[in-house]
Design a binder for this molecule. Sequence first.
Ligand code: ATP
Ligand code: MG
Length: 271
Amino acid sequence: MERGASAVKIVQGSGQPADAPAHITIRGLSKQFNGAVVYDRLDLDIPRGKFVSVFGPNGCGKSTLINMIAGLIPIDAGEIFFAGKTLKEIKFGYVFQNYREALFPWLRSIDNIEYPLKHMSLPKAERRARVERLVEHLGVKIDLQRYPYELSGGQQQLISIMRALVVEPEVLFLDEPFSALDYEMTLFMREQLQRIFQETGTTMVLVSHDLEEAVYLADRILLLSRRPARVADFPRNEAPRPRTDETLSDAGFVQLKAHCLEVFQREVRKG
Ligand SMILES: Nc1ncnc2c1ncn2[C@@H]1O[C@H](COP(=O)(O)OP(=O)(O)OP(=O)(O)O)[C@@H](O)[C@H]1O
Ligand SMILES: [Mg+2]
């Protein structure tokens, strides 16, 4: 049996409650870049409506994984299904690390958010109504008539998260979305993301290089090994939501974070 699959089994067999049914099913996924094997027959199930954080050594293939799932780069072998559907049949959102390059500078914030709806051939009035519903739902206070360059980094990233959400995606992928933000803004954005997750129930897959953030936000933490990346562990975080500053000093949280760090360091030392 593929080692990643057995790691998932161990966790599932550890007396914890069963997860939601798989939303994303990955079987036998393989990927190489110029002969360097990044994935070799990876098996993985991502549960529906859960928040999964992806954490692992530098260059192990975290971005490659979500890029392959989102169809942004081709796979060499294997299958990826979305509860029986293919990628083309589902709606998904993707938030890029670099919000400065991700937003269209010539469009006002509101038009940036609305942009993906143009590809869904919705009438203009319906597009605007959808954006307004989202803004209201999230309680966003930003002046959306402003251009991206008139906003702070965090506000711009919030716009790009809203642009990803406006299509009402089944799955939201986020690749280190807060890494270019200062600490204060990062903390604020974590709370926003947690709130959006709680309010929408969207399946979320977040790549993070910050272990505390990865554990804090997640229902499950996908710990990847060095290349070729396999599932080193996939533990659960069952702390109630909303998680708060107190969560960070909670014994269960501290213990889970220490466990993840231990797995990570074991993987790094193998290199
Ligand atoms: N387009 C590409 N062409 C060649 N090699 C690539 C390409 N994209 C990624 N790689 C290689 O594949 C491996 C995995 O890259 P990836 O960007 O997925 O890692 P990562 O875990 O996201 O890293 P980081 O922590 O630096 O963000 C790395 O060794 C990288 O150099
Ligand atoms: Mg990356």
